[in-house]
Ligand binder design. Structure first.
Ligand SMILES: *[C@@H]1O[C@H](CO)[C@@H](O)[C@H](O)[C@H]1NC(C)=O
Ligand SMILES: *[C@@H]1O[C@H](CO)[C@@H](O)[C@H](O)[C@H]1NC(C)=O
Ligand SMILES: *[C@@H]1O[C@H](CO)[C@@H](O)[C@H](O)[C@H]1NC(C)=O
Length: 356
């Protein structure tokens, strides 16, 4: 962690566009070194390792001050990037600068075309970063789609969202617990009463922002009806529909977009650190590599989705963005755990497996 970096962002925030603040996710400086003026990015691993202040560790999560209020306050501010109100404003304007350009894929439907909604529809947005953007990882702040129903339709769309943080198969994605606990819910705004279109937006904001490489959207629909005996809204699955006087109608998705930002990512710098575990230049360089990898692991896992335990996103990064084999990932993880347990104030936490 580099104290100076965070202080610089904090000092600059009111004067500059939010894009510079956006980049202060809190990955270590050697993964992304952001120049506040140009947002230019220079991988500076060697410089940073050599030039690191020897007492920097005092201010890390493992340093002796990690329980001090000032430190906690600082970290809180340091980890905030775009403020939620700013984000809301930009989302309302659908500002293109927070749109992450992803590829829409679906075998079940096309954007802008009416379809029969009685079967589940699968759509996904993906970035194919290993092919097109190997130097970036992506953070999702919001997801928005525009959905239309034909007139007098009794259908109600139901969405299930799964997220792959760094790639991989569907089984390596996590389910978004929309409206569970403190997790945000969809917000719907009417676009045009006549066309019966609504924008559905889920805003993750600072609290629930998350890495993403692919977002899977499963659209089902249910029939909304009022139970006259109890005045409660009840729902049917469309396939159980027997009353032909009820109009199922058609559905259409006009847009599906992810809002967020991309962060510079230097896979070679991380590979170089990993190499130091087996072939250190010196004893000191091995310790330094271990410390930096632990820091990176913790900052990546920090963006884990809600759940009983944090998901092991760092392993997903190693598997999918560095293309490491399963046993290599296991070996790196156990080296990190072993080293961490010997540090003063070790902070170790349980993680759940996401990527195989
Ligand atoms: C929609 O419902 C209204 C009132 O229930 C009815 O007058 C109208 O004909 C219906 N339109 C269609 C397209 O079914
Ligand atoms: C709905 O979404 C569309 C497309 O993303 C956007 O252009 C429009 O401004 C949004 N309208 C409202 C009312 O939010
Ligand atoms: C349903 O709601 C209406 C209007 O709110 C009310 O007049 C009626 O008594 C309610 N019926 C039942 C069964 O609760």
């Amino acid at each position: 962690m580099r104290w100076q970096c965070g202080t610089r962002f904090r000092g600059l925030r009111p004067a500059v566009a939010p894009w510079t603040a956006l980049l202060a996710l809190g990955l270590p400086g050697w993964v992304l070194a952001v120049s506040a003026t140009a947002a230019a990015v220079v991988p500076e691993q060697h410089a940073s390792v050599a030039g690191q202040h020897p007492l920097d560790w005092l201010l890390t999560d493992r340093g002796p001050f990690h329980r001090a209020q000032e430190y906690a306050d600082f970290m809180e501010r340091y980890r905030q990037d775009l403020q939620d109100l700013e984000l809301k404003y930009l989302l309302q304007k659908q500002d293109s600068r927070i749109e992450v350009h992803s590829i829409f894929i679906s075998n079940d439907m096309r954007l802008g075309s009416w379809f029969d909604p009685s079967w589940r529809k699968r759509m996904l947005l993906t970035l194919k970063s290993n092919k097109y953007k190997p130097g970036l990882v992506h953070v999702m702040l919001a997801l928005s789609l525009q959905i239309c129903l034909t007139k007098n339709s009794t259908l109600e769309p139901v969405m299930a969202i799964y997220v792959n943080p760094f790639g991989g198969s569907h089984s390596e994605s996590w389910f978004m617990p929309v409206n569970e606990g403190s997790f945000p819910d969809w917000e719907r705004t009417n676009v045009d009463a006549a066309a019966q279109c609504q924008n559905w937006t889920i805003t993750l904001g600072n609290r629930w922002k998350t890495f993403f490489e692919t977002v899977h959207v499963y659209l089902r629909s249910r029939i909304k009806s009022l139970d006259d005996s109890s005045n409660e809204t009840i729902y049917y699955e469309p396939l159980e529909m027997t009353d032909p006087s009820k109009n199922l109608g058609y559905m259409k998705i006009n847009t599906l977009q992810v809002f967020g930002y991309s962060l510079p990512f230097d896979p070679d710098a991380i590979r170089d650190l990993i190499l130091q575990l087996d072939y250190p230049y010196t004893q000191g360089s091995q310790d330094s590599a271990l410390l930096q990898l632990i820091e990176l692991r913790d900052r990546v896992n920090q963006l884990s989705p809600p759940g009983k335990v944090r998901l092991d996103l760092f392993s997903c990064l190693l598997r999918h963005r560095l293309k490491l084999a399963n046993n290599e990932v296991g070996r790196i993880q156990s080296s990190l755990r072993a080293f961490n347990s010997k540090l003063p104030n070790p902070v170790e936490y349980e993680t759940g497996k996401l990527c195989s």
